[in-house]
Ligand binder design. Structure first.
Ligand code: NDP
Ligand code: PYC
Length: 344
């Protein structure tokens, strides 16, 4: 095997779960954390895969996450389901809230999940994919901490603020996109730093506001929004909807609260779900069939759908296991053996 060795998915899940349990996370928190991290490795999404374990442990060691938080669900007969994550990671909170979100969306046609007071580091596609698996369309967004300069600015202010959408496709994988509203996720910059490689041009500026391809200078300076003023505005919208509107921390507030970008930030998250059949009721055409017309027309031009690469990576992993480098396997073993003492 070139550059690595395969490990069965179940073995990796077990190992990641037990790293978290040994470090002091409850079974509920460890299960949800391991699921999202292993899903990242399974689908070839390295920026939110096993390399994030260290960050989770560092955040725990610094006392900035509640490892035994039991998310509290507040669901009534309105369209807003609230989850108080109690300072735990967002993942257990989402898992606890999903059945309520689905039930309210089926009852009302549209509903949302507000997660408050969570610690957040993960990709959002597992969440919109889980909503799409219920036959619903989903939108998820959250702030982060101030690491991105607004278009035309020179200093970090916005977060990398991810934005994800899922649309169910009966009988096949959902249409899903999920991206940072910065040019790339900050995790990609960190992976370049670790590999000792230069960043592509256009990703970042240094602390003086000058364009840079040096990952260290970029991490000390600011990343840039994708699509210039357009990404900057979408990122600002996320600060408004998924922070100010839900009574939780904006990206600059999250950075002030935490005081560092080396730990996972505390803030909230907003997730919306829509029942396409309820919206289309009484109008001509089946929304799922009409969606397929669009997807086919995209493919007919030779373009690919978002998540197509990810689903292909997943199929390969399910057949062969996860490929990890020797360095990754050594680090996993070390985290398993040494626990919190392995991180500073
Ligand atoms: P990418 O730019 O790698 O990819 C974004 C999306 O675009 C994916 O759905 C991807 O599908 C799709 N895509 C990529 N290339 C193409 C193409 N040529 N044609 C069609 N679709 C394409 O993502 P980012 O680096 O911006 O973000 C990575 C992850 O980081 C996200 O999962 C995000 O949630 C996470 N993140 C989390 C944050 C947090 O605070 N929790 C903050 C910022 C980011 P595919 O996967 O199939 O390539
Ligand atoms: O990759 O940009 C990122 C990120 C920030 C917080 C979690 N992920």
């Amino acid at each position: 095997m070139q550059n690595g060795a395969t490990i069965p998915l179940e073995e990796l899940s077990h190992k990641v779960r037990s790293i978290f349990v040994k470090a002091g996370f409850s079974a509920q928190q460890a299960e949800s954390l391991a699921a999202v991290i292993v899903a990242g490795e399974r689908d070839g999404c390295k920026s939110h895969g096993i390399y994030r374990i260290e960050g989770c442990l560092r955040t725990l060691k610094a006392g900035k996450v509640n490892p035994v938080a039991v998310p509290q669900v507040v669901a009534d007969d309105t369209a807003i389901v609230r989850i108080d994550a109690r300072g735990g990671f967002s993942n257990a909170a989402f898992d606890a809230g999903l059945p309520h979100l689905v039930a309210r969306t089926r009852a009302l046609g549209v509903a949302c999940l507000v997660i408050n007071d969570c610690t957040h580091f993960s990709a959002l596609w597992p969440e919109v994919e889980a909503i799409a698996a219920q036959g619903l369309a989903g939108l998820a967004m959250c702030p982060s901490y101030a690491t991105v300069a607004p278009h035309g600015g020179t200093q970090a202010l916005l977060g990398t603020n991810p934005f994800a959408f899922g649309w169910p496709r009966p009988g096949q994988d959902a249409y899903v996109f999920d991206f940072a509203t910065s040019v790339v996720a900050r995790g990609e910059v960190e992976l370049h730093r670790r590999a000792g490689t230069e960043l592509p041009e256009g990703w970042a500026i240094d602390s003086e506001g000058t364009p840079t391809t040096d990952p260290d200078a970029a991490l000390a300076g600011a990343m840039l929004p994708f699509g210039a003023h357009k990404g900057s505005a979408i990122s600002t919208m996320i600060e408004l909807l998924a922070a100010a509107m839900i009574g939780d921390l904006t990206s600059p507030e999250a950075l002030d609260f935490l005081g560092t970008t080396t730990l996972a930030p505390r803030h909230g998250e907003l997730i919306l779900a829509f029942d396409p059949e309820r919206f289309a009721a009484g109008r001509a055409g089946n929304p799922f069939a009409r969606a397929e017309t669009i997807f086919s027309a995209i493919a007919a031009q030779g373009a690919r759908l978002p998540s197509q690469r990810r689903y292909a990576a997943r199929a390969q992993t399910l057949a062969q296991g996860v490929i990890l480098t020797e360095g990754e396997r050594t680090q996993l073993d070390r985290l398993h053996r040494v626990g919190l003492d392995a991180v500073s």
